[in-house]
Design a protein around this ligand. Structure first.
Ligand SMILES: *Cc1c(COP(=O)(O)O)cnc(C)c1O
Length: 366
C-alpha cells in the first residue's frame, strides 16, 4: 500500500538532528519560553520576511489570538463580521466564532479552490472588519485583489497560512507577509510539522505583536501583572527546537513536493478527472494535491483496491456541520460541489519515483 503520508519516513530523514535537539532541551532544564523559542521565532520571522513571528500552541490558537488582539486594540467588537472562504477547513471559521464575531462564508473559485475575490464586495456590510483568506492546499490566494478591496473598505487581512509555509507571490513576498497578520500551524502533517502541536503568528505590526505576546501568556505583559484576560497558548522549547531543525530543509522539501506535483500534472491523462490549476510555481507549496471527479467514491475505491491510499479534504463543508446548524440553509453550490468531488493523492518529500510511476499509471487506467 502506498501511504497517503508517511510521517515516519518524513521525520526519519532528520533523526540524528532531532535527537540532538531533544537532548539539548532535556539537558537545558528549561522547557517553556527560553532560548529555543526565541531562536525559532527569529528564524521563522526571517524565513517569512516579517518583523515578528510569535510561537503559539497550534494553528487554531494563532488565528484566535490575532482576532482577539484586534478586539483588545478596539478595532473589532462582538457581532462584527469577517469574510472567510466557505470551503475552508473548519478551524478558520471556528477562530472567528470563538471571538464572538460572525463568519460570513464566501464561495471559492472552482479552479483554485481559494476565495473568489469577485464575490467579496457583495458580502461587505457596515459590520465587516476583516477578510480571512485561506491559502488552501498550499496555493496563495489572489492577494493583490484581496488587498485592493481591503484597502478600499478599510478592512484587516488575516491570512490562514496553515497549509502554505513558504508559498511566495510574484512580488517575492511569502505567506504570512501578505496581509496584516498570518496564522501558521505546525501540526505534524503540515509542510512544516512538529512532533506534536504547534503554531505561529507573523506580523509587521509592533503593537499587535506586543498584545498577542501578552494574550498567549495569561494576558501578562510583565510577570504576575495581567493587562488582559488571556489564555495559555505557548509553543514549548522542545517543539521549537525540533521545528528549528526542520525549518532548515523546508524549501528542499517543498521542491520535492513540486517535483511530484509537476509529474502528476504532466503525466496524469484521464478525461474523468480535473487536475489542479496553478498560476505561478512559487505560489504553490503543494500541501495537498487535490483532484476532482464526479465519481469520487468509485475512484477512491479503485485506488484503494490498487494499493493507493487517498484522503478527502474535506468531506463536509463548514455550513453543513452540526456545529454550524444556523448556517445549514445557506446555498453554497460551488463549495458543495467541491466537497462532493475532491480527492487528495499522496504527495510528500519522501515519495520515490516508483510510487509516483505506479500512481500515475493506475490513475490513467481508471
Ligand atoms: C491545520 C489547519 C488549521 C489549524 O491548525 P491546528 O494546528 O491543527 O490547530 C487552520 N486552518 C487550516 C486551513 C488548516 O489546514
Amino acid at each position: 500500500m502506498i501511504k497517503f503520508l508517511d510521517l515516519y519516513a518524513v521525520n526519519q530523514q532528520y533523526k540524528e538532528a532531532l535527537k540532538e535537539a531533544f537532548a539539548r532541551v532535556l539537558d537545558s532544564g528549561w522547557y517553556i519560553m527560553g532560548n529555543e523559542l526565541n531562536e525559532f521565532e527569529a528564524n521563522f520571522a526571517s524565513y517569512c520576511g516579517t518583523k515578528h513571528a510569535i510561537g503559539v500552541a497550534n494553528g487554531l490558537d494563532a488565528l484566535i489570538l490575532i482576532i482577539r488582539a484586534y478586539k483588545e486594540l478596539g478595532l473589532f467588537k462582538d457581532g462584527d463580521e469577517i469574510l472567510v472562504p466557505a470551503n475552508t477547513y473548519i478551524a478558520s471559521v471556528l477562530a472567528i466564532s470563538a471571538n464572538n464575531l460572525v463568519p460570513v462564508l464566501v464561495e471559492p473559485n472552482l479552479d483554485t479552490y481559494n476565495i473568489n475575490p469577485s464575490l467579496i464586495e457583495g458580502h461587505i456590510t457596515s459590520k465587516t472588519v476583516a477578510i480571512l483568506p485561506v491559502h488552501l492546499y498550499g496555493q496563495l490566494c489572489d492577494m493583490k485583489e484581496i488587498t485592493r478591496i481591503a484597502n478600499k473598505y478599510n478592512l484587516k487581512v488575516i491570512e490562514d497560512c496553515a497549509q502554505a509555509h513558504g508559498a511566495m507571490s510574484e512580488s517575492g513576498n511569502k505567506a504570512g507577509n501578505l496581509g496584516d497578520a498570518g496564522g501558521f500551524s505546525f501540526y505534524p502533517g503540515k509542510n512544516l510539522g512538529a512532533l506534536g502541536d504547534g503554531g505561529a503568528i507573523t506580523t509587521n505590526d509592533d503593537e499587535l505583536a506586543q498584545i498577542i505576546r501578552a494574550l498567549l501568556n495569561y494576558g501578562s505583559h510583565v510577570k504576575y501583572e495581567n493587562k488582559f484576560k488571556g489564555i495559555n497558548s505557548r509553543l514549548d522549547e522542545l517543539q521549537a527546537a525540533l521545528l528549528g531543525v526542520k525549518l532548515l530543509t523546508l524549501d528542499q522539501e517543498t521542491e520535492k513536493r513540486r517535483g511530484v506535483a509537476n509529474r502528476y500534472i504532466s503525466e496524469i491523462k484521464n478525461s474523468k478527472l480535473t487536475l489542479p490549476i496553478i498560476n505561478h510555481q512559487d505560489a504553490h507549496v503543494w500541501h495537498l494535491f487535490v483532484i476532482r471527479t464526479n465519481d469520487r467514491e468509485g475512484l477512491q475505491k479503485y485506488l484503494h483496491d490498487n494499493g493507493i491510499h487517498t484522503v478527502i479534504h474535506y468531506p463536509i463543508p463548514p455550513h453543513k456541520q452540526e456545529a454550524y446548524a444556523e448556517y445549514s440553509s445557506l446555498e453554497l453550490p460551488i463549495s458543495e460541489k467541491i466537497h462532493k468531488e475532491v480527492l487528495s493523492l499522496p504527495i510528500s518529500s519522501v515519495m520515490n519515483e516508483n510510487d509516483i510511476d505506479k500512481i500515475i499509471q493506475i490513475i490513467n487506467g481508471f
